[in-house]
Design a protein around this ligand. Structure first.
Ligand SMILES: [Fe+2]
Ligand SMILES: [Fe+2]
Length: 198
């Protein structure tokens, strides 16, 4: 990941709180911007985990929707504008008058890279699911049974093996789990149980 510091901490307009695009609009933005199918699937997986977690916490439907959209769009600019990741998608969502919390979560999905601290629970969970979901997805692809019988121990073994899914940042995973205040084991189990499959 290239490191583009966003150099700001204010996103969107507070008066747009509650403006959350529907899945149709988000998907049409994705099909316009992202040609890489694997990247689309990654964002769908993260979006699904975000929604599942909001549901697990008992949050209402519009909160679940907000968490889903943040996950679904967090890497939307990566395919065409990797040097402007995640500046481009944030500006696009600002121009569409989206709820500021969506842009803030996207801005903080890589604090080392973008220089924005995850603060809300939604910020922290997006950061926590991003890399971990990628590693677990890669692990599922090499297992004949995919997710069936997958356990925490197996995932931790792949985490320790730095040559496995080498692009996945182990540092980010450890940092994100600490910031979320959720043990790595608990996070791994949540992803195994809730990850969107193929
Ligand atoms: Fe990203
Ligand atoms: Fe991502």
């Amino acid at each position: 990941m290239t490191s583009l510091k966003l150099n700001r901490n204010q996103f969107g307009d507070p008066k747009n709180q509650g403006n959350i695009m529907d899945v149709g609009e988000a998907n049409s933005l994705l099909s316009e911007w992202v040609k890489n199918e694997k990247l689309v699937f990654h964002m769908k997986q993260v979006g699904h985990l975000m929604k599942s977690y909001a549901e697990f916490k008992g949050y209402d439907k519009s909160t679940q929707q907000m968490w889903y959209i943040a996950g679904l769009l967090h890497d939307a600019d990566w395919d065409q504008w990797p040097d402007e990741h995640c500046k481009k998608i944030i500006e696009e969502l600002e121009s569409r008058n989206q709820d500021p919390r969506i842009m803030k979560a996207i801005a903080s999905h890589g604090p080392i890279h973008f220089g924005v601290e995850p603060e809300s629970e939604m910020d922290k969970m997006l950061y926590a699911f991003d890399e971990l979901s990628g590693l677990i997805h890669a692990y599922s692809l090499m297992r004949p049974q995919a997710y069936e019988g997958m356990d925490i121990k197996g995932v931790k073994k792949r985490l320790k093996d730095k040559s496995f899914a080498a692009q996945v940042s182990r540092e980010d995973i450890a940092d994100a789990s600490q910031r979320a205040g959720i043990s790595l084991e608990e996070l791994i189990q949540f992803v195994i149980d809730n990850q969107l499959r193929s």
